[in-house]
Each structure stands twice: as C-alpha cells, then as structure tokens.
Design a protein. Structure first.
Lengths: 187, 187
DNA sequence: TTTATTTCTTCACAAATGTGAATGAAAAGG
DNA sequence: CCTTTTCATTCACATTTGTGAAGAAATAAA
C-alpha cells in the first residue's frame, strides 16, 4: 500500500485525513500472469491502481491480439468508455506479470468525487493526460515510420522494452514481430 | 446563435434560465478562410463552438503540415493540453472555410462550471468523447491499411471528403496525396 | 536436468506506400 | 474574361513493411 500513498502525496496535495478516507475505498487484489482484469464484451465497473506488475490492453482485430496500451506500477487501469457510459468494453486488459492492484468500484468513486473535491481534479487531470498520450500515439503512427516510433519508445519507456515481450511491443508499434526484429538488428 | 441553442437543448437538458446564463458568456466571432484560431507556440485561452464553417488541426513535423483533426458545425474547438495545463500549444488550428464561432475564455468557463453543475458533466463527456475518438484513430492507424482507413472515413464522415481538400485528408489518414489518389482510382 | 513451449531471428519474396516529376484540372484573383 | 496559383492525377522506381517458413534461443514445465 506504500507506493500508492507516496503517489498520492507526491502528485496531489492530499491531507493525511483525505488519504485515510481514500484508502478504505480500495481493495487489494492479486492477479496471476495472464489473468484478465477486463474482457471485451464485459462492462467495466472498476478503476484500479497498479501497486506491482504490468497490464496490457488489447483488442481483437482480424482474429489477432492488437496491443493498444500498457501500464506499470503507479499507473491506473480502467476502460473509460465502458466505465463512464455503461457500455460493453471492446478492449481486454490482463496482467502479463503476477501483479497487485488496488481496486475501487464506480459507485465508491462517485461518492469520493463528491466528498473530496481534489478527486475531481485528479480525475480531470488523468483524463486529459490519457487524451494527450493517445493523441501523441496517433500522431506518431500517422507521421513517423516504424523505426522512428521504436526509437522514441526505447528512449521514453525503456522499461517497456524489458518487461513486455517483443511481439507485443511490435503490435503496439503497429508492425509485425519480424519487422521489429529487422529494425533492431540494424543497430 | 440558433444552432448552439438546439445543440444544448438536444444533447443536454439545460433549462431556459441556464441557457440564457450560458449564452451571455460567449462572443460571436467570424473567421476568414485560412485565419488561425490558435498557432503553435501560443497559449490556448479559449474554447469555441462552431456555428458555421470548418476548422483544421495540424502540427508541423519535418517541415510539413500534418493534419491531426478537423471539426465542423456543432463541434467544439480548443486545445485541451494548452488550455488546462497552461503550456504552449504544439498544434495549430485554422479555418479552412469562412466560419463563425462562439468563443468563451477559460476564466468564464471555470465560473460557469461552478454556477451550472451540468457544465461539468458536459466537459467530462466531451473530454471522454475526444479520448475515445483519439484511441479509435490510433487503433486504425496501427492496425488497418490506408485503403481501409479511407473507406471508414468515407462511410463515417462523408462530409469531410467533400469539404476538406484531398491532400489534407491524405495527411489525416497518414499517407501522401499521391497514395490517396491511387486508392481512390481503384474504385 | 531434460523436455516442451514460447519467443525471437533470419531469409526470400510480395504488397503497400513514398518520391519526384510531369501533366492537366480546378479554383482564385485580377 | 484571362492569368496565376493551387490541387489532383498518373507514372516509374525506391523504400518500408508484410508474409510464410525455418530454425535458434530463451523460458517454462516436468
């Protein structure tokens, strides 16, 4: 539970009182490698904070797993569209390492948002941040070639290259594993 | 001002009172073709609702205009990241037709958000909607070939193909004008 | 450790997209 | 109306990425 506390203290100015109120809303849950947090077709009912581990987002397109995002320690996992609009998710989320997450359901989140104003700010900031990230990814996919996208990922998220299998990285970059292999062998 | 009123009434359940309070916060402004709403390097201070016309979002990458979004009547224009985090925009936004927009500055928006609770809901919905749109675009760029992306655009936003020059459409699709021409000539 | 399974690499060839140039069509401006 | 500028198309050739197969390397399971 410690990493979550320091996350809250470092990134937002929660008081000890607020943090206490916050913490009791979460449930610590373990996920085995390959266990799903959310499957396509399900309604996403939770948000979770990653204490330890790594989660992958993917869609099935033309029968293939297409990775659209990933998240490590100190990041959140949820599926906004499904959670907030109460529609089935098109996205799957699962652990690719044994992981531990702090889970809270939507009703509790709504209550917290009312009782602690800063939660609203946190939510707005996160939503905006994810939008910005997504925009950046789209821009790279549209305007850079695979090799450049790989170099940027290597530079900006080196841990991803070490913890996520290369065929998933390739998928995230929008190319085939063989192409990523070819790019890597040039250097 | 009529299209904005019906937008508010149709999409959100504002009262006549609220709409009145809302409307006085906006200023109607005309934009000539090619006139910029926001230039890269500037701080975005406004949000605006498009009454009439069409706006294009683009970035300069490798010296070229790369289109990252566009918006028509009944849509909003702003640059979230710059507006909310008070940082210079990397994105340009300009009218590609003579246009009319309703402009409101950030301080007024913040005040309205406090005085009319539904504005907060509208903002959250819009942010989430833009995130979902961006995710969808990224997914298409990563997983579909140019021809499929074009077909989808043609089907989902046919008006774009008619009002936006093809070399801008090509850029939005992440390809060169010649490639779009080649794709189009196949059918 | 041994064996099975998964992941990564390499290769030859195919398909998709980029590039630069040339041409014509369309639109804008005078 | 004519002139200029912008935009769209086509072509031949270059570059990037995909595809399927084969085998090597790494990891997991027994």
């Amino acid at each position: 539970m410690n990493s979550f506390k320091s996350y809250l203290q470092n990134n937002f100015t929660f008081t000890a009182e607020e943090i206490k109120e916050l913490l009791i809303c979460f449930t610590l849950k373990g996920y085995k490698k390959k266990e799903h947090f959310l499957k396509a077709g399900q309604y996403c009912k939770n948000v979770a904070f990653i204490e330890k581990g790594c989660f992958l987002y993917y869609e099935i397109i033309d029968g293939e797993e297409k990775v659209c995002d990933f998240a490590f320690e100190n990041d959140w996992i949820t599926q906004y569209n499904s959670l907030l609009n109460n529609v089935p998710s098109t996205v799957n989320i699962y652990a690719i390492e044994d992981s531990k997450i702090l889970v809270m359901d939507l009703p509790k989140l709504e209550k917290l948002t009312v009782s602690i104003a800063k939660i609203g700010i946190l939510r707005a900031k996160l939503a905006e941040q994810y939008f910005t990230e997504s925009t950046k990814r789209a821009s790279q996919l549209a305007n850079l070639k695979a090799e450049e996208r790989y170099e940027i990922l290597l530079k900006e998220k080196p841990e991803a290259l070490q913890r996520i299998p290369q065929y998933h990285i390739a998928s995230y970059l929008g190319i085939k594993p063989q192409s990523l292999s070819r790019i890597r062998s040039k250097n």
